[in-house]
Design a protein around this ligand. Structure first.
Ligand SMILES: Cc1cc2nc3c(=O)[nH]c(=O)nc-3n(C[C@H](O)[C@H](O)[C@H](O)COP(=O)(O)OP(=O)(O)OC[C@H]3O[C@@H](n4cnc5c(N)ncnc54)[C@H](O)[C@@H]3O)c2cc1C
Length: 452
């Protein structure tokens, strides 16, 4: 198809947003996504202002038989929110959040970022559990599940989703909630990008102090097994308020092991609940302090800024035994020179596990830990060795995995077996039936795709 001035005209009447074509000066900036490894050239990028524009863009794309990539925050690690020779429907002009403090509800437009919602909610002493980098898109994160440092207390982001507005493959605007299109609402919570473009999300909020306790203790890597054992005990016996993270990394070539926590209860309770973790050692560093919740939600923003090359492999683990810890220590010394590699695991369970497995499409509620091998680098020449490093490390964790994987971490757009492994057979079949109902032509396929 010749994309040119006629395309721009096709959008004039029914489209209030921006249309960006390859010949426009804004094009190269507009096609960039978060992961620096992804370099694609869409035929056009459109930036709708609302659901009406989104419907126009979908109809146009279908008439012209263009593949559709949907973008909110642009943080898809495998690069699903862009494409070659298709249309990117980029919701970045659709940010905006409205909080109702009385009803404890936030309504976020489909292009909102996590930081937008955190900021508005915390102004009223309220919070919704989200991820840990504020420039991540709320829609992309939520539609896959949404994990973060409040998940043991308040659950996943999807566990707090009350309703969503969705523009469907045939350009209709529908609402999904427990009472309306309930099966669609089920599928949106864990396999969301498959069923339409979400233009508005409504979340339940919880009261939370603005100042919480956050930090980590750092030890030489030789103490990895002892620290891991302590973390296992704290995850099993500690309160819902404490979300623990455990991991290994390098600092100037020196490997170290760390245990971190965000405690969202009172400062006194946190002091009591984190005492054992802080007493172990002594640690080579202890950064625990009372901090504003909002500051903890942005402290990784710079380290995880746009443009780095990045790969990650993750699994939901039932356990994290000594044998695995030993193997991971071994992988630390094999991180390619010039790359920054890290293992992290986050405590799951509690509020996540209290939601029945069948209540949402998300799979993996019985995991004790979410585990990830993450690697970040700048030099294209390291692409293969870095990806291989993450793959190898994950292979060693695989024997301890539960069923279910975190879909947002999974690549494999066109591989039904990979996607089936995310959800397990029963959920996958239920999702296929839902896909046939809402998107039988697989218009929304640039995602962890459910093949209709
Ligand atoms: C730096 C970084 C930090 C992260 N931290 C966390 C974390 O703490 N917790 C966590 O759970 N995950 C985390 N993730 C993973 C993150 O949740 C996923 O990458 C998520 O898909 C990003 O959403 P997005 O809107 O930014 O991405 P996009 O690239 O815009 O979209 C991701 C996927 O969602 C689809 N999509 C986006 N918006 C819509 C919409 N409105 N309607 C329908 N489909 C849509 C896209 O088509 C694509 O398939 C992180 C990722 C990165 C890169």
């Amino acid at each position: 198809m010749a994309i040119g001035s006629t395309t721009r005209r096709a959008f004039t009447d029914d489209f209030a947003g921006e249309v960006i074509l390859p010949q426009d000066s804004a094009y190269d900036g507009a096609r960039v996504v978060w992961n620096g490894m992804i370099d694609r050239r869409p035929a056009l990028i459109v930036r709708p202002t609302g659901a009406a524009d989104v419907a126009t863009a979908i109809r146009f794309a279908r008439a012209e038989e263009l593949p559709i990539a949907v973008r909110s925050g642009g943080h898809s690690i495998p690069g699903f929110s862009t494409c070659d020779d298709g249309i990117v429907i980029d919701l970045s002009r659709m940010r905006g959040v409205r909080v109702d403090p009385e009803r404890r509800i936030a309504q976020a437009n489909g292009g909102s970022l996590l930081g937008d919602i955190d900021h508005e909610a915390q102004a009223f002493g309220l919070v919704c559990p989200f991820g840990v980098v504020s420039h991540t898109g709320a829609a992309g994160l939520t539609l896959g599940g949404g994990m973060g440092r409040l998940q043991r207390k308040f659950g996943l982001s999807i566990d707090n989703l009350l309703a969503a507005d969705v523009v469907t493959a045939d350009g209709r605007l529908v609402r999904a909630s427990e009472d309306e299109n309930a099966e669609l609402f089920w599928g949106l919570r864990g396999a969301g990008p498959n069923f339409g473009i979400v233009t508005s999300l409504e979340y339940r909020l919880h009261p939370m102090e603005r100042v919480i306790t956050y930090g980590s203790v750092v030890h030489p890597v030789e103490r990895a097994n002892e620290l891991a054992a302590l973390v296992r005990e704290e995850v099993a016996n500690g309160p819902d308020e404490a979300a623990l993270a455990f991991g290994f990394a390098h600092d100037n070539g020196e490997p170290f092991v760390f245990a971190g926590a965000l405690h969202c209860g009172s400062l006194q309770d946190a002091e009591r609940d984190l005492a054992r973790l802080r007493a172990f050692g002594p640690p080579s560093a202890d950064t625990f302090a009372a901090r504003s919740y909002l500051s903890t939600q942005t402290m990784n923003d710079d380290a995880m800024s746009w443009g780095h090359r990045f790969s990650m492999k993750s699994a939901m683990l039932r356990e994290q035994p000594d044998d695995l810890i030993d193997k991971l220590v071994g992988h630390l010394s094999r991180i390619p020179d010039g790359a920054h590699g890290e293992f992290t695991s986050w405590s799951m369970g509690r509020a996540i596990a209290r939601v029945p497995e069948d209540a949402t499409a998300f799979a993996g509620r019985d995991a004790t830990f979410w585990f990830a091998a993450e690697i970040l680098w700048e030099d294209e020449a390291l692409d293969e060795s870095c990806r291989e490093w993450a793959r190898d490390a994950l292979a060693d964790a695989q024997p301890y995995a539960t069923t279910g994987r975190y879909v947002n971490d999974v690549a494999g757009a066109g591989d039904a077996d990979v996607v089936r492994s995310v959800y397990g057979d029963a959920k996958y079949e239920r999702l296929v039936a839902l896909k046939r109902e809402w998107d039988p032509d697989n218009v929304f396929r640039l995602n962890q795709n459910i093949t209709p």
